[in-house]
Ligand binder design. Structure first.
Ligand code: NAD
Length: 373
């Protein structure tokens, strides 16, 4: 395991913490990528990694992604992530998550955790017993609960932004939108789209979900893979990553792509090709930032109305990305990275002269949220 080599290769992280408690069965890694804009926020993933090296590479990659997502979203947050090595179905215990909570607490708010793949609100309750630096806790504890409706609302804003950029108006009346995946994000998105007067087609591999939603709104049903290349204005991937790949890109019939899924492009070159094809791509991490905005509001003292209001920012963020892409004649996925990097650079250089209020670690969550405001 060549740890420092990995850290250099995957993005100059500020700090990587290995957490080990044999009695509690805890093996975890916390990666803090960048805290220029604020505390590093990112969920804790529990996964049965094939090797510890795989876990390290994953946490380095995911934490860097969070830095870009928070920066492009305009939030005062940095990027971090944690992974717990183990089987989330059979190996979870109270002691494991409380032991993990003590490590999070030792970072004094430099890293704030949340749920992710393989972890639940219940697990975060255990973490919360040992540290206040956790979000996504139950509504009963003042938390924000399920982020999916906010991610879906941000995605709706993303769809409005691509339509505005392409057609000159953000009205979705009679605009054909093809939604792939009817899970937590996709099902909420369909409700929003129908309300806006869009002509929605849907697909999922789970036929029960397809039946329920098509009957609720009387929608056209497509084949789960065929929907990618169906005739529509906007293709909205809300299921898997890498749906725009060597096999699909030549057959696309949409004019725009904006969806809630992570890692929509199999490789960055596919974003370059979309630009050549004249298909407007809304970079995924800018579109699906609504969930992150929702937990950010939790840090300030949660209000659902304020969280929904905050997700409307996705529209302006994307218009900014499209402007950079046009001005600099670059594909939108590269423009999004530039937007994030410039914000980190500009705010970071301000603080080289004088420390701002989010420039040092916090000793309590209250102190942190007071300084964030
Ligand atoms: P989910 O598991 O609730 O839903 C995914 C849905 O996609 C399921 O209904 C599944 O049956 C369907 N699906 C799987 N393979 C498919 C295929 N080949 N064709 C069609 N449908 C298929 O997940 P979710 O929470 O709705 O998240 C959806 C996507 O959005 C994921 O990529 C996730 O990483 C991303 N995302 C979610 C959030 C959030 O707040 N939940 C935030 C940011 C990003």
């Amino acid at each position: 395991m060549f740890t420092f080599e990995h850290i250099e290769k995957h993005g100059e992280h500020e700090e990587v913490i290995f957490c080990h408690n044999k009695k509690a069965g805890l093996k975890a890694i916390i990666a803090i990528h960048n805290t220029t804009l604020g505390p590093a926020l990112g969920g804790t993933r529990m996964w049965n990694y094939a090797s510890e090296e795989d876990a390290l590479v994953d946490v380095l990659r995911l934490s860097k992604g969070m830095t870009y997502k928070a920066a492009a979203a305009g939030l005062n947050l940095g990027g971090g992530k944690a992974v717990i090595i183990g089987d989330s179905k059979t190996q979870k215990t109270e002691a494991m998550f409380r032991a993990f909570g003590t490590y999070v607490n030792s970072l004094q708010g430099k890293y704030i955790t949340a749920e992710d793949v393989g972890t639940t609100v219940k697990d975060m309750e255990y973490v919360f017993m040992e540290t206040p630096f956790v979000t996504g806790i139950p509504v009963a504890f003042g938390g924000s609960g399920d982020p999916s409706p906010y991610t879906a609302h941000g995605t709706l804003m993303g769809i409005k932004a691509v339509v505005k950029e392409k057609y000159g108006s953000d009205s979705l009346q009679d605009v054909k939108v093809a939604v792939q995946g009817l899970g937590n994000v996709g099902s909420n998105l369909v409700d929003f789209l129908v309300k806006e007067g869009a002509v929605v087609s849907i697909a999922d591999i789970d036929q029960d979900k397809v039946k329920m939603i098509s009957e609720k709104h009387n929608l056209k049903v497509e084949d789960p893979n065929g929907i990618i290349t169906s005739e529509c204005d906007v293709f909205a991937p809300c299921a898997l990553g890498a749906v725009i790949n060597d096999d699909t890109i030549g057959n696309l019939k949409c004019k725009m792509i904006a969806g809630g899924a992570n890692n929509i492009l199999a490789e960055s070159k596919h974003g370059d090709q979309l630009m050549e094809l004249g298909i407007l791509y809304a970079p995924d991490y800018v579109v699906n930032a609504g969930g992150l905005m929702n937990v950010f509001v939790e840090l300030e003292g949660y209000s659902s109305d304020r969280a929904f209001e905050k997700t409307t920012q996705v529209f302006d963020n994307l218009m900014h990305v499209f402007k950079i892409a046009k001005d600099e004649n670059i594909p939108t996925q590269k423009a999004a990275d530039r937007l994030a990097e410039r914000r980190i650079d500009e705010i970071g250089s301000l603080r080289k002269q004088h420390h701002g209020r989010t420039a040092r670690p916090f000793s309590t969550l209250k102190e942190m949220t007071t300084r964030q405001k």
